[in-house]
Design a binder for this molecule. Structure first.
Ligand code: A3P
Length: 311
């Protein structure tokens, strides 16, 4: 595998103290994701009932994982004993390309948990497509994704803001170079696939979920085959799930303030608190100049205008 890495085009991220990303199947990946993607493509076998939670990094993955886990386990745990209160959502629902063994173990135990991935649609293991699996796709305003990504990767590499020019990060992102970049290709892949099999896809928009969590959580529950009953709704089950999975609640839990998610000791360690920053719509306004806004809006229009998805 190490030798294979050298064969892929590389990019050195200057604003990230020279961190390297590799281009594989037209997608920029760091070493961990690249190795994990190849392994998942070689080994993973989807079951027809598997449900995938797909997202671009910083698009709302943590929130979606928490909600899906809470919906599925609502009869197993009551609201005070749910593992989400003591375990990171990323431990509750592992990533296909980072925790393949755990994903396979969950499949073996038929525990009906969804499988999370940041992989582009065209990179998914063949069996995901041939098994016609359901796919939930969460996406978010691109400008907020950029700001969120900037801080996440910067903090992961322990680089203070003054040493990591935002303009450089933005330029790279707009050139398609970021973890799993390009962002627009990620969205386009899932959107195009959904056109021929719309019943197998659920698109959730982060901003809509913030505005109206209840109807979006109901849509999610129905889509993954665990709809709420009228009694549950009247008893406040949906409201409790929303409250438990809220940014305010999760980000203040001890596990998410101090816990650590080890991805690969040799490469990097992710502390859980990095997945929780502000969760605010429009934080990008604090970072973008007029020129940057024009540039990004033009890019979004050119690349994603066809989808009708409003970013
Ligand atoms: P910000 O950096 O804008 O605060 P991902 O989960 O895909 O890595 O995305 C992380 C982003 O989602 C971060 O955005 C984080 O604060 C936000 N987030 C994490 N948990 C959330 C939750 N429960 N509800 C809403 N947003 C959440």
């Amino acid at each position: 595998m190490e030798d294979m890495l050298k064969t892929f085009p590389q990019h050195v991220c200057s604003w990230l103290k020279g961190a390297i990303v590799y281009k594989y199947q037209d997608v920029w990946l760091n070493e961990v994701f690249l190795k994990g993607t190849i392994l998942a493509q070689q080994r993973f076998k989807a079951h027809p009932n598997d449900v995938f939670l797909c997202s671009f990094p910083k698009g709302g993955t943590t929130w979606l994982k928490a909600l899906a886990f809470a919906i599925i386990t609502r009869e197993t745990f009551d609201i005070s004993t749910n593992p989400l209160l003591s375990t990171s959502p990323h431990h509750c629902i592992p990533f296909l390309e980072k925790e393949l063994a755990e994903v396979e173990e969950n499949q073996k135990n038929s525990c009906s948990l969804p499988i999370a991935t940041h992989m582009h649609y065209h990179c998914l293991p063949d069996s995901v497509v041939t098994s016609n699996c359901k796919i939930v796709y969460i996406y978010r305003n691109m400008k907020d994704v950029i700001v969120s990504y900037y801080h996440f990767v910067r903090k992961l590499n322990k680089i203070p803001m003054e040493d990591a020019p935002f303009e450089d990060a933005l330029d790279e992102f707009c050139n398609g170079v970021s973890w799993y970049g390009a962002y627009w290709d990620h969205i386009l892949g899932y959107w195009q696939a959904s056109l021929s099999r719309p019943e197998k896809f659920l698109f959730l928009k982060y901003e809509d979920m913030k505005k109206d969590p209840k109807s979006n959580v109901k849509r999610l529950a129905e889509f993954i085959g665990r709809p709420f009953t009228i009694e549950e709704e009247n008893e406040g089950v949906i409201d409790n799930i929303i409250k438990m999975c809220s940014f305010e609640n999760l980000s203040n839990l001890e596990v998410n303030k101090c816990g650590t998610k080890l991805h690969d000791e040799k490469v990097y360690t992710v502390e859980n608190h990095l997945f929780f920053r502000l969760a605010k719509d429009g934080d990008w306004k604090n970072y973008f100049s007029h020129e940057m806004i024009e540039k990004i809006d033009k890019l979004i229009d050119e690349k994603l205008g066809v989808t009708g998805l409003v970013l």
